[in-house]
Ligand binder design. Structure first.
Ligand code: IVH
Length: 682
């Protein structure tokens, strides 16, 4: 036998030490000091080394056990059947390797698989006797958990009694979790009471289930999905899928998003779909659990150590990471708002390197107690701009600095004010160069005037050289003025002038969006263009008139009126008119037939018989509605054609109403009739 290199022994000892320590911080203190990704990397290296040197494996290695010891204050529960953990894979190749191993062990006999989302919460086991819930326990270390029966009884989706043909005594297992919304609400309340915030929904769920006072648990918006039948084996069916259907019928909450797959391709498609779409769910998932469906195959495959061979977790790329916040800086927005942001030591999260994150406003920074120099949790979960969840308090050194909003504008030095009813501080100097640069950048951006060739750098140069004060000045620039700027020449100057010329014919909604009216984005601009047909009509509108438009609230209406009242803005509009920018709707553009569908969002899926996709979208628009390509809880209707796919499933899962093509046409004709009636009487 080859004697292992002493350096390997040392490395293994060090890794075990690290993993044990982080396990303790995570499971016992609930104050993790490293991200999941960092922890996974340590654990993986340890596993790999131990695979290479099995003679160095000891029973007390963290690879040989799962989780941490239960807290003694709860009664201890022995699990009659151990609660196992799951092995992880991180890419398609590793998944394929797992699948091949399993197939080999099953002598290449065919089998199907079930894919489920891996919820990020807390595993529990529920025991029923004579159909009544008699015990609820946490997983603990897999063999012994904590008796949290009283706490679990408070979760409304856990049936206290089940009716139907069930074994005398049985156990189901599932994941207790918090919705994102519930989590946010809970942290808001804690902030108000001055209590420390939970870092993420998982910690909050775990903290809630392990409250010694179950009245506190009862106030937490906990929920559960059941994902396994503990024992007696095969009592409810011959396959995992069948068992889950039976459990659902018995009243257990089973995820509607699970699927049965005949091949590995389908498993991979499910995984890749949910990598993209997981952020639309109201709860956190950290991967897909892939399970061999036939229960007799599961039994044949058994477990190695603490991990079953018949299931694997295919983990999603991490969305959180830990890094140092080096400084808090402020940039001045188009409307004068001072927007604090964090400068970070660069860190890769979810496949993107992040070096900045938005900090919203001063109050938010203090509420989360974020300080310069802190190690912070950075999160990229669907949204484009990364967020800072909060500081890692256990890694404070005392050197961190509390931060205050500067009292002078970092761009122009003017006084900073904070209107009492607003969260944002503002620079009130209308001539602040930072504001005019931002204004200019907004004006030329796509969705607004879409002027190619004027990027950030040129916008800054134009403002700083005093060539452009408000965006309308762009149209009086000359070729010589442009060519004289740094990094410009006659050719690029000519290109910019051509782009400016072309922009004069942009649709009215783009021009309205480009004006930079506070709270008026692309959607509102579209509504206003349809309603008023020209900038002049819009600038003359009264607050009541604006507010009467469905989809426009008092805040937006007020902001439009304030914009129209300002002399500088009126001058800018006049200059645009002089320059020949089209300020009215184009001839022949379709005004909406009615606003019967205002505020309603439609998603179209599958092939329609009588309409093309384009026609259907056009109709929705003509009745004042909007269309979207993703189904969310806010979707009003999903219109379902032939061969509809995942969007239909999602609609059903979220309880969004669906329409057939005929029902959709009926709805439009009702809208048309409503409109005719309104016009006749009006
Ligand atoms: S099956 C032996 N299915 O992941 C297999 N687990 O890392 C036991 N989890 O302790 C688990 N969603 O807390 C299974 N659909 C799902 C799951 C799931 C989340 C958790 C569970 C388990 C952990 C294993």
């Amino acid at each position: 036998m080859v004697e292992p290199d002493p350096a390997v022994r040392e490395r293994i000892a060090w890794l075990r030490d690290q993993v044990n320590r982080h396990n303790y911080c995570y499971y016992v203190l609930e104050q993790p000091e490293v991200s999941d990704a960092e922890f996974d990397a340590l654990m993986q290296e340890l596993r790999r080394l131990e695979e290479g040197y099995p003679e160095l494996i000891t029973p007390d290695s963290p690879t040989q056990r799962v989780g941490a010891a239960p807290v003694e204050a709860f009664g201890v529960v022995e699990h009659p059947v151990p609660m196992l953990s799951l092995g992880n894979v991180f890419n398609d190749a590793e998944l394929l390797a797992w699948y091949r191993r399993v197939s080999g062990l099953l002598d290449d006999r065919p089998f199907d698989l079930v894919c489920e989302l891996k919820l990020d919460g807390l595993a529990v086991a529920l025991t029923y006797e004579q159909g009544r819930l008699v015990r609820g326990a946490t997983r603990g270390d897999g063999t012994r958990g904590e008796d949290v029966t009283q706490n679990l009884r408070t979760i409304k989706s856990i049936p206290l009694v089940v009716r139907g043909e069930v074994p005398e005594r049985f156990e189901v297992r599932g994941e207790v979790y918090l919705t994102r919304r519930g989590f946010a609400r809970m942290n808001e309340e804690r902030a108000q009471q001055g209590l420390p915030l939970y870092a993420n929904p998982r910690n909050a769920a775990s903290g809630s289930v392990r409250q010694l006072d179950s009245r506190i648990t009862a106030q937490r918006p906990l929920d559960i999905f059941i994902y396994q039948f503990g024992y007696p084996s095969r009592a409810l069916g011959e396959t995992h899928w069948e068992t889950m259907q039976r459990l659902r019928d018995l009243g257990f909450r089973v995820s509607p998003l699970s699927v049965r797959c005949a091949s590995l391709d389908q498993v991979q498609a499910y995984y890749h779909r949910w990598v993209e779409e997981r952020h639309t769910l109201d709860y956190e998932t950290d991967g897909v659990v892939v399970k061999v469906n036939p229960l007799d195959f599961q039994e044949r495959l058994g477990a190695v150590g603490r991990e079953p061979r018949w299931a694997i977790a295919y983990k999603f790329p991490a969305t959180q990471g830990y890094t140092r916040l080096t400084a808090i800086k402020v940039n001045v927005g188009r409307t004068g708002s001072l927007n604090p942001y964090a400068e970070l030591e660069p860190i890769a999260v979810g496949g993107v390197t992040i070096s900045k994150a938005s900090l919203h406003n001063e109050e938010d920074i203090h509420r989360k107690d974020i300080r310069e120099g802190d190690i912070v949790i950075v999160q990229r979960a669907g949204e484009v701009i990364p967020q800072i969840v909060g500081p890692v308090l256990s890694r404070r050194t005392g050197q961190e600095q509390e931060w205050r909003m500067p009292t002078r504008c970092p761009s122009c030095g003017a006084e900073v004010v904070k209107p009492p009813d607003e969260a944002m501080h503002r620079c009130v100097n209308a001539a602040c160069p930072a504001q005019s640069i931002e204004h200019l950048k907004h004006f030329v951006s796509r969705g607004a005037m879409d002027i190619e060739g004027i990027g950030e750098k040129l916008a800054e140069a134009l403002a700083q050289n005093g060539l452009v004060y408000d965006p309308a000045d762009l149209y009086s620039l000359t070729a010589d003025q442009l060519a004289a700027l740094e990094r410009m020449g006659p050719k690029s100057a000519a290109n910019v002038l051509a782009a400016l010329e072309a922009s004069k014919a942009r649709p009215l909604r783009n021009v309205i969006a480009a004006l930079g009216i506070l709270h008026v984005g692309a959607e509102t601009a579209d509504l206003l263009a349809q309603r008023f047909g020209s900038i002049d009509a819009l600038m003359a509108a009264a607050q009541e008139e604006l507010q009467a438009i469905p989809g426009i609230g008092p805040k937006v209406a007020e902001s439009i009126v304030a914009f129209a009242r300002q002399e500088g803005n009126r001058r800018m509009v006049e200059k645009l008119k002089q320059a020949g920018v089209r300020l009215a709707a184009e001839e022949g553009s379709q005004p909406p037939r009615s606003l019967a569908l205002t505020g309603q969002t439609f998603v179209l899926t599958g092939r329609l018989e009588r309409l093309t996709r384009h026609q259907a979208e056009g109709l929705v628009k003509q009745y004042g509605g909007t269309t979207s390509s993703t189904v969310t809880r806010k979707t009003s209707y999903v219109v379902v054609g032939e061969d509809a796919g995942s969007k239909l499933e999602r609609a059903q899962a979220l309880g969004v109403p669906t329409l057939t093509e005929q029902e959709f046409l009926d709805l439009l004709s009702q809208a048309e009739q409503g409109h005719a009636r309104a016009s006749a009487s009006g």
